[in-house]
Write a protein that binds this ligand. Structure first.
Ligand code: NAD
Length: 250
């Protein structure tokens, strides 16, 4: 499976020179760090997000393009891929990262709109994004997809069970699509960070500091994505936690 390499080894190299990458949810947080990392490694980047202001800023920083996209909409995913092909001539990499916390449970606090929104971003975004980008990857002779799952996809999350369900589904997709897409020379992997530095954890900061729980720098997640992109593994779900070397979860 994946060849071992020291963390961040490819960080500043030109390992992705000539490649074209789409990064969803790239206006902030982990997606922003991923866009910066793949651009630093030589890729041309399309930043996709609902947030046009943040997305344009990141696109400007990486010398790429911004495309407004709601990943929960299949046609918007198709339009994103078409835009990238028209702009850069193809697509080699899709980092399907956009996501939201669910913010409701299944009891009295159940909120169907919140639930749908989270399913749309966290799960449909990965399924629709993969469906939309596959023909473009095939046209290049193959490519690489990395989905952002979560520690919540590997372990129980009583704090946000519906988010946990979304992310377990993404982990299941990575494990199944890895081998399923291998004959087409398309790799599919996932990253599974614990609490990482971004605005999605804003509502948890009090609890995290009270319990002395460390927060992972966004760059650590981005470095792991780079490591996956420059490796040869597929169907892997990389567990990322503070103070430990990221590794595929077995
Ligand atoms: P964030 O809120 O900083 O970034 C999420 C981005 O996704 C935002 O820019 C937002 O506008 C965008 N987005 C949300 N819904 C969208 C949609 N339907 N279409 C397009 N864009 C949309 O949070 P983050 O932590 O950087 O989140 C990135 C990913 O990382 C998410 O999938 C999240 O579930 C996952 N994750 C985060 C952590 C963490 O602790 N920060 C841990 C594990 C996994």
């Amino acid at each position: 499976m994946t060849a071992a390499a020291p963390q961040g080894a490819q960080k500043d190299s030109a390992a992705l020179q000539g490649k074209v990458a789409i990064v969803t949810g790239a206006a902030s947080g982990l997606g922003r760090a991923m866009a910066l990392a793949v651009a630093r490694a030589g890729a041309r980047v399309v930043v996709a997000d609902l947030d046009a202001r943040g997305g344009r800023e990141v696109a400007h920083t990486v010398g790429g393009h911004f495309r407004a996209c709601d990943v929960s909409d299949l046609d918007a995913n198709r339009a994103l891929v078409e835009f990238t092909q028209e702009t850069y001539g193809g697509v080699d990499i899709a980092l399907l990262n956009a996501g939201v916390a669910t913010g409701c449970g299944v009891g009295d606090d159940f909120d169907p709109a919140r639930y749908r929104r989270a399913m749309g971003a966290n799960l449909d975004g990965v399924v629709f994004g993969t469906h939309a980008v596959l023909p473009a990857l095939r046209a290049r002779g193959g490519g690489s997809i990395v989905a952002t799952a979560s520690l919540a996809g590997l372990a129980a999350v009583p704090l946000d069970p519906l988010y946990g369900a979304n992310k377990h589904a993404v982990v299941g997709l990575a494990r199944s699509l890895g081998p399923a897409l291998a004959p087409e020379n398309v790799r599919f992997n996932a990253v599974c960070p614990g609490f990482a530095e971004s605005r999605i954890i804003d509502h948890l900061r009090g609890m995290l500091s009270e319990q002395g729980l460390p927060v992972i720098p966004a760059e650590t997640v981005a470095d792991t994505v780079l490591r996956i992109l420059t490796g040869d593994g597929t169907g892997e779900c990389w567990f990322i936690q503070a103070g430990r070397e990221p590794e595929p979860f077995r």
